[in-house]
Design a protein around this ligand. Structure first.
Ligand code: HDD
Length: 714
């Protein structure tokens, strides 16, 4: 068995450059003697055009930026490997899925969709989840999202969708946000988006970490085996750490306190050896079941409920190495759903079909040349020989005189591969119909699965969806758009629509809008939309759709961060006890104090502060602990401490204190709201309580105590 991980490392290392112990040179290799002063006529005189060193440096700088991605501009990535656990040769001939234990190098990039490159990680948005597999048969890209459905059914609507969600063209506002008129105007006229809207208004759109997101290939793809038999497949990534979110108020605060929150989280986890891990699962639908379901497998606004087709795990992905250079790797990586290898093929999903054109086209303008496959991060480790030639920035030096096929001068080389030799051949599907510009009637249900999603949520999750919609539509200035949205929401769930309406001070319309009163003339309606119909899902509720009920959710607190709030006089034993207990769980306790430097302890020792209240904030941590000791009286007088605790409470996090430090909690503004059943508030007067740290960690395993919101908001 040949593991390919090392080969990719070798491949990248050819292009690595490290200036340690080296002379500074120009791009032409000439050693530079003075990099601080331009060439001038006298010390105070004008600069000389002849200064090739200055000109080269400035010219390169002037051209340093490339266009950012039109969507998914903001992202972070890492290297790793994919390892097969359950080979599936009976389903696919794809080489990288044939043998248990076979490792294929990967690079994964996670992203938000709407914001620019410098925007916050915590925007309410779908997240991209793109993985490049460097397989022995060539590059395979699984260009996925953390949401299993999409807004639109046909690629022709993609530019409209993206124009609508991007900052509005007249004033370039708002950045990285869907809460504005143009987005909701478009959505209110596109009932097919209602299923995806449920997902992006849920907490899926504000993940706690890239490491705690599921990933979905969205479209139905095909797997093809050696005999040429095809099955339909849906791809799933399931995170080892479970699927978790932050609170919306928290997300907004993180955006100010640390807009790089997800980027930093991924980077730090890998640097510390907490390698993020996902299982790759597949739902297999035999070809003969293509028309078995009440939804169309080709409709990207539909899932296949796991109750109908369970997910089978085929392997795992581990990300174990940060990029050496963000631009060279994360920015220049070029994904494409059309990068497939023999054994994987497309379905006729019209959204996927359009994507197959878009991605190469976008790389041409973003990376500037058809040679983007030669950039080290994009290079296949399977050898590349063909008759493509020249173009901007060509790296390859093709030898010989032959650049065409067929040829005799080159002995007919490079020659075509037979299917038995690994040559790619498309699935031999018979397609026999008229050319039409139409939506299939089987795509006309826009609400059935939106209902399924909503019905599958816990009361907490439903209330978060209501609040998200109140927020988003509350930012919409045009009343007619809000009302249209309430009409669409009422098709999903009447209570949902009514609750959102209360927040907007509006009433749910009793008459569903027709194309005419939607401001759209019938001839401009999208075919298939005229009579939206509701097909009730045969599955009424699915735990896999809820983050809180999700059976794969895990209680691990690995890599979680606990704020340990200290001041001079703190009990050293209490701090160390908690820190050590956290380390055993692969979590970390960080010291927050009124100032940086040393915090003096009760035993006349000193503990270094990791953060002061200026550089830390509750929203950047998963839980808070205030150890006993004399420091508590200093903390009582500190407004920052109260804000810290109030936020931790509001965001339903675990808060613990022992000894006198419990007074900080019992006198906090939220103290009267604390329910005696709140398992996330751990207070003990017994400073020798041996199980305290254990209980604290167990409570963290429940992640959030959302029941608190009932006391806070009702
Ligand atoms: Fe797309 C980027 C995922 C529909 C056109 N898309 C992009 C990325 C992801 C997705 C993860 C970022 C890749 C990276 O990290 O570099 N896109 C999706 C999913 C879709 C989808 C899951 C629906 C199921 N996309 C979609 C459509 C079109 C595009 C329908 C156009 C017709 N997407 C693009 C693009 C991007 C892109 C403009 C921007 C940068 C890039 O491709 O490389 O071509």
């Amino acid at each position: 068995m040949k593991n390919l991980q090392d080969e990719k490392q070798r491949d990248l290392s050819i292009n690595k450059s490290d200036g340690t112990n080296k002379f500074l040179t120009t791009d032409q290799g000439v050693r530079i003697n003075d990099d601080n002063n331009s060439l001038k006529v006298g010390e105070r005189g004008p600069s000389l055009l002849e200064d090739f060193i200055l000109r080269e440096k400035i010219t390169h700088f002037d051209h340093e930026r490339i266009p950012e991605r039109i969507v998914h501009a903001r992202g972070s990535g890492a290297h790793g490997f994919f390892e097969v656990s359950n080979p599936i040769p009976e389903l696919t001939k794809a080489g990288f899925l044939q043998e248990a234990g076979l490792r294929t190098p990967v690079f994964a990039r996670f992203s938000t969709v709407a914001g620019s490159r410098g925007s916050t990680d915590l925007a309410r948005d779908a997240r991209g989840f793109a993985v490049k597999f460097y397989t022995q048969d060539g590059i395979y890209d699984l260009v996925a999202n953390n949401i299993p459905v999409f807004f639109i059914q046909d690629a022709s609507k993609f530019p409209d969708l993206v124009h609508a969600v991007k900052p509005e063209p007249h004033n370039e506002m708002p950045q990285a946000a869907s809460a504005h008129d143009t987005f909701w105007d478009f959505i209110s006229l596109m009932p097919e988006s209602m299923h995806m809207i449920m997902w992006v208004m849920s907490d899926r759109a504000i993940p706690r970490s890239y490491r705690m997101m599921e990933g979905f290939g969205v479209h139905t793809f095909r797997l093809i085996n050696e005999a040429g038999t095809s099955s339909f497949v849906k791809f799933h990534w399931k995170p080892k750490l479970g699927t978790h979110a932050v609170a919306w108020d928290e997300a907004q605060k993180i955006s100010g306190k640390n807009p790089d929150f997800h980027r930093e989280d991924l980077w730090e986890a890998i640097e510390k050896g907490n390698f993020p891990e996902w299982e790759l699962g597949i739902q297999i639908i035999p070809a003969e079941d293509e028309h078995k379901y009440e939804f169309d497998l080709l409709d990207p606004t539909k899932i296949v409920p796991e109750e109908l087709v369970p997910v089978t795990v085929v392997g795992r992905m581990v990300l174990n190495k940060n990029p050496d250079n963000f631009f060279a790797e994360t920015e220049q990586i070029a994904f494409h759903p059309g990068h497939v290898v023999p054994g994987i093929d497309f379905s006729n999903d019209p959204l996927l079909q359009g994507r197959l054109f878009s991605y190469t086209d976008t790389q041409l303008s973003r990376l500037g040349s058809p040679n983007f496959h030669e950039i080290p991060i994009n290079r296949s480790i399977a050898p590349v020989y063909n008759n493509q030639r020249d173009g901007h920035m060509r790296q390859e030096i093709n030898v010989g005189r032959v650049s065409y096929h067929p040829n005799s001068l080159g002995g007919g080389c490079p020659y075509q591969a037979k299917i038995s030799e690994g040559g790619f051949s498309s699935f031999n599907e018979r397609v026999d119909s008229h050319k039409v510009r139409e939506r299939s009637e089987s795509f006309a249900d826009h609400f059935g699965q939106a209902k399924l999603f909503f019905n599958s949520q816990t009361p907490t999750e439903k209330s978060h969806i209501v609040k998200a919609l109140r927020f988003e539509l509350g930012k919409v200035e045009t009343t007619a758009i809000r009302i249209r949205m309430l009409g669409l929401l009422s098709q999903v769930d009447t209570q949902l629509a009514e609750k959102v309406a209360i927040g907007l001070g509006a009433t749910v319309p009793t008459v569903l809008e027709t194309p005419l009163n939607r401001g759209v003339s019938p001839e401009n309606e999208i075919k298939g939309q005229q009579e939206p119909r509701i097909v009730e899902s045969s599955v009424v509720s699915s735990d896999a759709l809820s983050m809180l009920k999700n059976p794969t959710n895990s209680a691990t607190i690995a890599s979680r961060k606990v704020a340990i709030i200290c001041a001079h006089g703190v009990s050293e034993a209490a701090v160390m006890n908690m820190k050590n207990a956290l380390v055993k769980e692969d979590a970390v306790g960080l010291i927050i104090a009124p100032h940086l430097g040393s915090v003096l302890t009760d035993t006349e020792g000193a503990i270094a502060a990791d953060f002061s209240f200026l550089t830390a904030s509750s929203v950047l941590f998963d839980a808070v602990y205030i150890p006993h000791g004399l420091g508590f009286s200093t903390l009582m007088k500190n407004d920052d401490v109260m804000e810290f605790l109030s936020d931790a409470y509001k965001h339903c996090k675990v808060i613990g204190a022992d000894g006198k430090a419990t007074e900080l909690i019992l006198t906090a503004p939220f103290a009267s709201k604390i329910s005696k059943d709140d398992g996330g508030i751990l207070l003990t007067n017994d400073v020798a309580n041996e199980t305290f740290a254990k209980d604290f960690i167990a409570a963290m395993g429940d992640h959030r105590f959302w029941e608190r919101e009932i006391n806070l908001y009702n």
